[in-house]
Design a protein around this ligand. Structure first.
Ligand code: NDP
Length: 508
């Protein structure tokens, strides 16, 4: 069992989860070499949850050395079946503790507990998916000519640094670890500074699951120090990153010095296109979920609603009314639909976008700051009401920049060509949704939208087993499906002489 501090439920005072707050290096939880710590908080209340060990350069070196040792020790040569068993055991432990870990996730992130449960279940499914895939990691074979047989091996890349954001802390960790470990790599995981707790808990469960010491190391600490040290570290072979586009650009530049393999899952400004021939009720409830889930702090949030002229008035009015009625509140309460944002500072940044939109001439249809109606103990300054902004044109900042909060713009379009043009008129290309009653149109528009995933009449764009990743400045590489194994393997060609005679091209 992982040790460390215990969290008590505020209502019952029962200890409901035990979580680690130290670094996990080489199979042991330990303090930072220099003893440094940083506070991690519950953003919904401001409560200090724990003082977490803050990794420094020495700890990064130790974690990379441990990962290298474990890679060259046995893990890379462990049988795929054994790696699959360890991943399946980890999945099972995560599943058994999903409820308690969801409370920890909810308190560290501010998202509703039920959403954290769903994300942990997705993490379980991801681990199971790659446990299976580990045993189907095939190369190819080819008879080049009667004298040469060639085949390819899929070999692990080596030591992988996984640098992840705060919006889906445990799920993002699983998206990175599962394919990396399945393919025989070892990992140094750097969680976001705002949400280190469930990543550390996952590290502890990994040990319980029998993942050998050094295979999975977890080093919380500031991105500009710990993340950048990993991205430039000569002992790291690959960096897998999820986060902001600007950070991804920096990581790719730092990693270029040592020509590391890099995969980047970055930001988005994803369109949600509603044609007048759609089932408008289904489009409305799906579109509410697509933007307000996780308080809009999702890379794939469909933050630009494009609605066809004939349906615009009815759709905009009904959508705005439903958005205004969503229940904001205590992330631990079962009926909360929208929790807090990750911090006061982020909420204020999101509200700054809303103000700038109004300054640019757009219209605030609903939303903005909360009005003091939150239950006692919650920090109103960390919350933002579900917000809808009308009167938007595509050049406005609000229609171009990623806001990463519960804010949607709503624009009208005339015909299909306009819808496609506006859908694509951003620098991102992560996801999109198309709502239409015309089947052919759904597929046609899906083909024309430049993004890594498109939902037709469904708000869902990510499932374990389905490739997920971006076009354009949303990054490169695909996670969550077999394509992810390409990011974590090198292809080696082996050529074998099979002819009856010596190969003697020089005629010597
Ligand atoms: P950031 O890019 O700020 O941070 C992500 C991670 O990178 C954190 O662990 C952070 O550490 C670290 N980091 C920060 N600066 C550096 C650096 N110079 N070198 C190395 N690592 C660094 O993103 P956010 O945490 O703010 O996450 C939100 C962003 O993530 C959004 O833009 C969102 O769209 C994107 N995202 C994309 C997804 C996708 O799949 N495409 C999925 C989820 C989110 P620290 O926390 O210490 O700053």
């Amino acid at each position: 069992m992982y040790g460390g501090w215990r969290y008590h439920h505020p209502m019952t005072d029962a200890a409901i989860v035990s979580a680690e707050s130290r670094l996990l290096i080489d199979g042991t939880f330990r303090d930072a070499a220099d003893g440094a710590t940083f506070g991690t908080h519950n953003p919904a209340t401001g409560e200090l949850l724990a003082d977490v060990a803050r990794a420094g350069r020495e700890d990064v070196d130790a974690a990379v050395a441990a990962a290298r040792g474990a890679f060259e020790g046995a893990w890379a040569r462990t049988s795929p079946a054994k790696r699959a068993r360890a991943l399946n055991r980890l999945a099972q432990l995560l599943d058994e503790r999903a409820d308690e870990l969801a409370i920890l996730e909810s308190r560290n992130n501010g998202k509703p507990r039920w959403q954290a449960v769903a994300e942990i279940k997705t993490a379980v499914a991801t681990l199971e998916l790659f446990a299976g895939a580990a045993q189907h990691l095939y190369g190819r074979s080819h008879v080049v000519n009667p004298s040469v047989l060639a085949y390819t091996l899929r070999e692990p890349v080596g030591v992988c640094a996984a640098i992840i954001p705060w919006n889906y802390p445990l799920m993002m960790a699983a998206w990175k670890l599962a394919p990396a470990l399945a393919a025989g790599n070892t990992v140094v995981l750097k969680p976001a500074s705002a949400t280190p707790l469930t990543a550390l808990a996952l590290g502890g469960l990994g040990l319980e699951a029998g993942i050998p010491a050094g295979v999975l190391n977890v080093v919380p600490g500031p991105g500009a120090e710990v993340g950048e040290a990993l991205a430039g570290h000569p002992g790291v072979d690959k960096v897998a990153f999820t986060g902001e586009t600007a950070t991804g650009r920096r990581i790719a530049a730092v990693a270029a010095d040592t020509l590391k393999r890099v995969s980047l899952e970055l930001g988005g400004k994803s369109p949600n296109v509603v044609f007048a021939d759609a089932d408008l009720d289904a489009a409305m409830v799906g579109s509410l979920w697509a933007i307000y889930y996780s308080a809009g702090q999702s890379c794939e949030a469909r933050s630009r609603l494009l609605v066809q002229d004939e349906a615009y008035e009815r759709f905009a009015a009904a959508f705005t009314e439903k958005a205004a009625a969503l229940r904001i509140g205590d992330p631990l309460a079962d009926d909360t639909q929208v929790g807090s944002l990750i911090s006061r500072a982020h909420a204020s940044r999101v509200l700054g976008y809303v103000e700038s939109a109004v300054d640019e001439g757009a219209e605030l249809l609903t939303g903005g700051p909360v009005d003091g109606s939150l239950p006692d103990g919650l920090d109103a300054e960390a919350f933002v009401r579900p917000t809808v902004i009308g009167g938007v044109s595509n050049e406005m900042r609000i229609a171009q920049e990623e806001i990463f909060g519960p804010v949607v713009t709503i624009q009208r379009f005339g015909d299909e060509a306009d819808a496609v043009r506006w859908a694509n008129d951003v620098r991102y290309g992560l996801a999109a949704t198309v709502w239409t009653g015309d089947g052919a149109r759904g597929h046609r528009v899906a083909q024309r939208i430049r993004s890594g995933a498109v939902g037709i009449n469904t708000p869902f764009v990510a499932f374990p087993g389905i490739p997920f990743g971006g076009f354009k400045e949303s990054g490169y590489g695909r996670e969550q499906a077999l394509e992810a194994l390409d990011l974590y393997t090198e292809t080696k060609a082996v050529l074998v002489g099979t002819g009856p005679k010596a190969i003697n091209p020089l005629g010597v």
